[in-house]
Design a protein around this ligand. Structure first.
Ligand code: PHE
Length: 459
């Protein structure tokens, strides 16, 4: 076997090597990427991790990590996609040579792994939506728990998973512009409006102040160095921004050469954080007003599916409407994210084997449908998959991205951003942050999540 060194990476991928599809405009890309970022992670994850401890310290750490770690990695991911013009499977190889080829496989694995349980969560969301609208809300916590037990296991959960995955497949099969971009163009603004309306409604609840206090105003400086809080903030930030699995890389390949990546990345991060904070301004007042705090502090993924409807049940028809709107917006948030996860293997199969989009979509859907059976049948399996794929492996993908563009191929990072008109000081600052802040911080975050996972496995 010849061991010829890989050719030096070229910064300008030939246009004919780039996929033919394009976003219709920069705004289309920003909305689709923000759609990928804004998801169940913002609505459920942020609230339950903030309430698990930390309060304002968690929020502060989260913001810090988002700015100094996630933002440079997000820029790197967009650059990797745009400058190579290749899918997540082939982009690392193109940018870094053969040694980096396994990273492409890692992205495929992580995206499929996350989507497998994400679509289960979507299924619960859809089922809760139908229940709030067509039936009734559970009157007591015990009733809610029994109901949640029923929808989160067995045939109902499997059906919800399959339907959610099929809907995701339909959107991705329709293509970049007419599928993914079109969905995000109406979905994201609608989600913002619904959330804003609900946050205003929640501000009028009797326990609103107490609710804000639990996640924004409760200050305990010792939490800033508490390993659990730090680890939670890391995992939450990466999962929520959605960088480290190649989803945004895939979206970057359809991006125009001229658009200003740093500004777009900042917009996406800003929107994602705003949604997380706004969602907290809905869930915490509800939890505080209806005395559900005790149930929520022992959080699991299911907490808000149980607490929110129970709290709202006492509000009669308005409560049902609010619950319905909340689950509807959660479902919209989820599908604009799930399509980006599916795009990772789909674009890779198209890129690597020249398959048609339809064929790639339905093969991936079939495989992921099977992978999603364990988490659909068992909540503990879902939590474990989240810790592995959405925690440790996602952070590994982020770290590899920071190393690839920060250390292995920094010239590509420079050339792409300078070539699209970003000011040199900004490009220098981002590269510095990628090398010296993001990479070491991710190393630390990854070590902490791995210890946690091993500890839990042993415990
Ligand atoms: N960011 C999404 C959320 O917050 C989930 C996601 C993770 C999407 C990774 C794409 C990539 O729910």
């Amino acid at each position: 076997m010849s061991m010829a060194p890989p050719p030096p990476p070229s910064y300008e991928a030939p246009e004919q090597g780039r996929p033919a599809e394009r976003w219709s405009s920069t705004m289309g890309f920003v909305l689709a990427t923000a759609g990928s970022a804004v998801g169940l992670g913002n609505l459920w994850g942020f609230a339950y991790r903030a309430s698990q401890g930390g309060g304002a310290a968690f929020v502060l750490l989260y913001l810090l990590i988002v700015l100094v770690v996630c933002l440079p990695v997000l820029v790197a991911e967009m650059v990797l996609g745009r400058s190579t013009g290749h899918s997540p499977l082939l982009a690392p190889l193109t940018a870094g040579g053969r040694r980096w080829a396994p990273l492409g496989w890692l992205y495929l694995l992580v995206a499929a792994g996350i989507l497998a349980y994400y679509s289960v969560l979507m299924g619960w969301t859809g089922r809760s939506l139908l229940h709030a609208l067509l039936e009734s809300l559970p009157a007591t916590m015990a009733e809610a728990e029994a109901y949640f037990g029923a929808i989160s296991s067995g045939g109902d959960a499997v059906l919800g998973h399959l339907i959610s995955l099929a809907l995701t497949g339909v959107v991705v099969a329709a293509g970049i512009r007419s599928g993914i971009e079109r969905l995000s163009r109406w979905g994201l603004p609608l989600l913002f409006l619904l959330l804003l309306g609900l946050a205003i409604w929640a501000a009028g609840l009797p326990g609103a102040r107490e609710g804000y206090a639990t996640f924004l105003l409760r200050w305990d400086a010792s939490k800033l160095i508490d390993p659990t809080t730090i680890r939670n903030a890391f995992t939450q930030a990466f999962f929520s921004i959605g960088t480290g699995v190649g989803a945004i890389l895939a979206y970057g390949t359809y991006l125009d050469r001229r658009s200003a990546i740093p500004a777009e990345a900042a917009l996406v991060v800003g929107m994602d954080t705003a949604v997380a904070l706004m969602a907290g301004c809905v869930t915490f007042p509800v939890v505080a007003s209806f005395g559900l705090g005790a149930g929520v502090s022992g959080s699991t993924v299911g907490t808000l599916f149980i607490a929110l409807p129970t709290g709202l049940a006492s509000q009669g028809a308005i409560g049902r409407l609010v619950a319905g709107l909340f689950f509807a917006l959660a479902f919209i948030a989820a599908i604009t994210s799930s399509v980006s996860l599916l795009e990772v293997p789909v674009s890779s199969l198209i890129d690597r084997f020249g398959w048609s989009r339809g064929r790639a979509v339905w093969l991936c859907v079939a495989v992921i449908a099977v992978l999603g059976l364990p988490p659909a049948l068992n909540v503990a399996a879902l939590e474990r998959m989240d810790a592995i794929f959405g925690g440790v492996l996602l952070l590994s993908g982020g770290l590899a991205m920071a190393l690839l563009l920060g250390w292995q191929a920094p010239a590509r990072f420079h050339a792409d951003l300078l070539g699209s008109g970003s000011p040199p000081w900004l490009v220098g600052a981002l590269l510095w942050a990628l090398r010296w802040l993001a990479a070491p911080a991710l190393g630390l975050g990854l070590a902490m999540s791995s210890f946690d996972l091993i500890g839990r496995g042993a415990g």
